[in-house]
Design a protein around this ligand. Structure first.
Ligand code: ZN
Length: 335
């Protein structure tokens, strides 16, 4: 009987590891997670992960064949296979791919969450027919993955696509990267809250948001208030969309994408964020690009996007390097 080929998509976040076996159609046939322990090293983490995975995988071995592993992690470097200076994980420079290879004898690649998400969109989501697009994740920060001519753009250092850390306001808001005025301090769920707080102190008018202590203000509350017609909440989205649209107009000038695809966090606010963003982007676009760039919401299921992205990453890699992988296998056989 022919075995069904699957890849293992692993998503590492600061608190947990989610993983799943995914077939070529993007169907998850096994999905599990483990909790990370405080300050856990990558070595013990992968030992536990492999143990748990192996115990589940033994029931799948007669049906499925593991072809490769894709890992999505914060601050991951595709070229070196490392996670570097991740504040979420407290890992300074960890050779994650090397560690994983102690347990699995299949091709393994790693990249950051935003890049994995872009490849997921390319393989299973709304970008199936696009060769040039940018995936933007609007969570606590702003992550981006750039696909140019059908390939993910990694750049010289392996960190290309840090649109969230382009400076859009001189001496602007403090950013987690240590600089000021980065785009993600304005356009992200935390940026939205910061803008709402600024607008609440700037205006005297009534707002539903005033009924919540400032520390408890969330993007979700601002979204709900905006939907109920609250003018400060609505202006918060308008201001965020204006800034986002200006930044995207610049991004389009660099990469000329066919589409910009938004996912997670602020993207869930739909038209509230998309409409002011499109208006501002169109207003600021160089005329040759006007009316030619779509802004879309991700086509990946929100709960599983990370696992699908990580699995798509290795499917993409296997596809792009099919010949190389065949040669390596042949070499191993000869040795
Ligand atoms: Zn920054």
């Amino acid at each position: 009987m022919n075995l069904i080929e699957v890849t293992l998509g692993i998503k590492i976040s600061g608190t947990s590891i989610e993983y799943g076996l995914v077939n070529r159609m993007g169907e998850i046939v096994l999905e599990e997670a483990i909790k990370m322990r405080g300050n856990e090293s990558a070595e013990t983490l992968f030992e536990r992960l492999h143990k748990q995975f192996s115990s589940s995988y033994k029931n799948f071995k007669d049906t499925y064949k593991l072809m490769g592993i894709g890992i999505a992690a914060p601050c991951a470097n595709y070229h070196s296979g490392t996670v570097e200076n991740s504040s979420n994980l407290n890992w300074v420079k960890v050779p994650v791919v090397e560690i994983a290879k102690k347990y699995w004898d299949v091709p393994i690649v790693i990249t950051n969450d935003a890049n994995a998400s872009a490849i997921g969109e390319l393989k299973y989501g709304n970008a199936k027919n696009f060769k040039n697009f940018i995936q933007i994740t609007l969570g606590l920060g702003l992550g981006s993955g750039i696909v140019a001519e059908g390939n993910l753009l990694y750049g010289n250092e392996g960190f290309a696509g840090e649109i969230g850390h382009t400076i859009i306001e001189r001496n602007g808001r403090h950013c987690g990267c240590g600089r000021k005025g980065c785009l993600e301090t304005y356009v992200s769920t935390t940026g939205l809250v910061r803008t709402a707080i600024e607008l609440l102190s700037k205006y005297n008018e009534d707002s539903l948001l005033r009924e919540v202590p400032l520390n408890d203000l969330t993007d979700n509350l601002i979204f709900k208030a905006a939907e109920m017609g609250d003018s400060i909440a609505n202006e918060t989205f308008e201001v965020t969309g204006r800034i986002f649209g200006e930044a995207l107009a610049n991004t389009v000038a660099y990469f000329s994408p066919e589409a910009i695809i938004l996912t997670e966090g602020l993207a869930l606010a739909g038209d509230l964020i998309i409409n002011p963003t499109i208006a501002s982007m169109e207003k600021n676009l160089l005329s040759i690009f006007k009316g030619k760039v779509k802004i879309l919401i991700s086509g990946l299921p929100q709960g599983n996007a990370a696992i699908l992205g990580a699995s798509a990453l290795i499917w993409h890699e296997l596809h792009m390097h099919k010949v190389n992988i065949k040669l390596q296998t042949l070499e191993k056989t000869i040795v």
